[in-house]
Each structure stands twice: as structure tokens, then as C-alpha cells.
Design a protein around this ligand. Structure first.
Ligand SMILES: [Zn+2]
Ligand SMILES: [Zn+2]
Length: 176
């Protein structure tokens, strides 16, 4: 099983996530003769500065802030399209947002554990999940082409916090 859930759910320095992600991206682009342009790199950096998926508008906003000039939506979409195609990021369909992939070039399950409280998303790959889906589809004569499993719940931190607060989530507290 591959998973970044332990890292995602413990406090850590995101600069290490960013630099590891950039190293993976540079290696992958060098191998496949692709160009990691400054915009593509900036978008990847933004997606690794937290473990919460970001939508295209958020990416556009944050990139504009960093570069100090307005960014046209097609610039974002082209960079996102490239990063998706190379497997460096994933799209979380239910949130219409993107997240960096911790293990591009590995077998994938496209399973995301999304915390409904803090919004963090961890990725999991497990061969038994894939086998189960494959055999289920075979039994139904359904040709499996693509899969995406987005599951929602509480991450260990938020679950602990809710226990300590007697079941009040931090999202509720914001509105008090
Ligand atoms: Zn992935
Ligand atoms: Zn959480």
C-alpha cells in the first residue's frame, strides 16, 4: 500500500513537501523530455504548500499574488492540464479542485481521504482495492477505464479535536 496519510495528518514543514514534489517533477520531466515551465512549477508549488485541494480560481488568485501581475485563466488551465497529464497532480472531481500526487509513476487507486473539517486530502493506493473493483466490473461485464474514489470523513487531528470539544467541529465554532 502507498499512502501519504501519515505525513498529511501530522504537523510538518511544507517546504520539504514542496522540494520533494519539485524533485519528482523535474526527474519525471527530464525522463520524458517534458518542460517544467516556471508557471507549471509555480502551480505545483502552490498545490504542495498545504494538503488541501485548490480550485482553479484559488490557483489563479495565489499565482497573481506571487507574481504581482494578473494571471489569465487559460494560463492556469494549461499548467493544470500539463500537470494532470504527467500524473504530477490529480483532480478531485467532487470538489472541482486539484491536489499534488505524492507518488507519480506508481500504481494508483485514485483513492482520496478527504477531511470534511479541515479539508485535507490524503492519497492511498492499494492493489486489493484495484482487484476488487476489477473483479466487480468483470462480473458486471463492465469495462473499467478509469476510477476515482473520493471518501469523506474526519482526519485523525479533527477527530481528536471533536472528541475533546464534545462533538463541536471547528467549522461550527467559526460561526459562533
Ligand atoms: Zn497519485
Ligand atoms: Zn482534518
Amino acid at each position: 500500500m502507498l499512502s501519504n496519510s501519515r505525513l498529511v495528518h501530522q504537523p510538518h514543514d511544507h517546504r520539504r513537501c514542496i522540494s520533494a514534489a519539485l524533485t519528482r517533477a523535474r526527474d519525471l520531466c527530464a525522463e520524458e523530455n517534458l518542460r517544467l515551465t516556471p508557471t507549471r512549477e509555480s502551480v505545483l508549488r502552490l498545490l504542495w504548500q498545504s494538503h488541501r485541494p485548490l480550485g482553479a480560481y484559488q490557483l489563479q488568485d495565489q499565482l497573481a499574488k506571487i507574481s504581482g501581475k494578473p494571471i489569465a485563466p487559460p494560463t492556469i488551465y494549461r499548467a493544470v492540464e500539463f500537470l494532470l497529464k504527467t500524473g504530477l497532480i490529480h483532480r478531485i472531481a467532487s470538489l472541482n479542485a486539484y491536489i499534488g500526487c505524492p507518488f507519480p509513476n506508481s500504481d494508483h487507486s485514485n483513492l482520496f481521504m478527504i477531511c470534511t473539517d479541515c479539508g485535507s486530502a490524503a492519497e492511498v493506493a492499494h492493489s486489493s482495492i484495484n482487484k476488487l473493483l476489477q473483479s466487480t466490473c468483470e462480473k458486471a461485464n463492465f469495462t473499467l477505464q478509469d476510477q476515482s474514489l473520493e471518501i469523506f470523513g474526519l482526519c485523525p487531528n479533527c477527530s481528536l479535536q471533536q472528541q475533546e470539544n464534545g462533538g463541536i467541529s471547528s467549522a461550527d465554532k467559526d460561526h459562533e
